[in-house]
Ligand binder design. Structure first.
Ligand SMILES: Cc1cc2nc3c(=O)[nH]c(=O)nc-3n(C[C@H](O)[C@H](O)[C@H](O)COP(=O)(O)O)c2cc1C
Length: 236
């Protein structure tokens, strides 16, 4: 049996207990079995087309100042977390999307987490283009100021992640990856508890299922970080 000392750091704990912890089976620790009917066959099939089928992907609304005054842009982007402390994120923006040059010019942007109530607006952002008209008007979303960066933000989004670019990586044939520091995170009331922990039940955010192109809000909690070693205090 593994003894849990909550005072030691997670990395030290893992070093001390790596062998044992690696073999603990979540199923034996009371994590509820998924209610989704899961009965895959045993044959593995190679799909005709390779794809980034890693569902769900955080698909977020990016806002950035325009190349000209008043021509701000909203775009949907896939995002990834680079580091938790200090907070850093990454986004990948296509050469043919208007947001790329704007991010290069201003070096700042906001990631606005979308929720179920604005899923239509979210799709309108994707289906329209800043090359045609103002995306705020086209989508029906409301422009507000961010707290620390000069980029605009979206009022209807409960979580704003304000970012400053630190590195740009060219990703041929048609992408640039921007790595950015998170300078501020702001949330609407009742989205986080008093410790800044996201209250998932209160916030119907959604992810895109890469592989089917659909949006899903979160379902049931089926586990949490540290459950296998009896920890409840970890929050990334
Ligand atoms: C779920 C989803 C994820 C997307 N992720 C990205 C992305 O990571 N990078 C990107 O350049 N475009 C991405 N797009 C597409 C653009 O956000 C979108 O087509 C945008 O409206 C382009 O606007 P523009 O013509 O004003 O440049 C994504 C679209 C969807 C629906």
């Amino acid at each position: 049996m593994i003894m849990i000392n909550k005072k030691i750091s997670r990395s030290r704990f893992i070093k001390k207990t790596a062998a044992g912890a690696a073999f603990i089976n979540l199923g034996t620790l009371g994590v509820t079995a998924a209610r989704i009917k899961y009965s895959p066959g045993s044959e593995r099939i190679q799909l005709k087309e390779a794809g980034p089928m890693i569902p769900p992907v955080p698909a977020i609304l990016l806002t950035v100042n325009g190349l000209e005054e008043g021509k701000d842009e909203i775009s949907v982007v896939w995002t990834f977390v680079v580091e938790g402390k200090p907070p850093q994120i990454g986004i990948s923006v296509a050469d043919y999307h208007v947001a790329q040059k704007m991010i290069e010019k201003h070096g700042e942007f906001v990631l606005n987490v979308p929720v179920e109530s604005i899923v239509e607006e979210f799709d309108r952002v994707d289906m329209n283009s800043g090359k045609i008209a103002d995306k705020f008007k086209l989508s029906g979303l409301t422009r507000v100021k961010a707290s620390k960066v000069s980029a605009p933000a979206i009022k209807e989004s409960p979580i704003h992640v304000e970012c400053k670019v630190t590195q740009t990586i060219v990703a041929p044939p048609q992408r640039k990856i921007f790595i950015a520091d998170v300078l501020a995170t702001t949330v609407l009331e009742n989205v986080c508890d008093e410790n800044g922990r996201l209250m998932v039940d209160n916030t119907p955010f959604f992810g895109m299922t890469s592989g089917s192109g659909e949006f899903y809000i979160m379902g049931r909690k089926v586990g949490y970080i540290g459950k296998s070693i009896g920890r409840t205090d970890i929050k990334y």
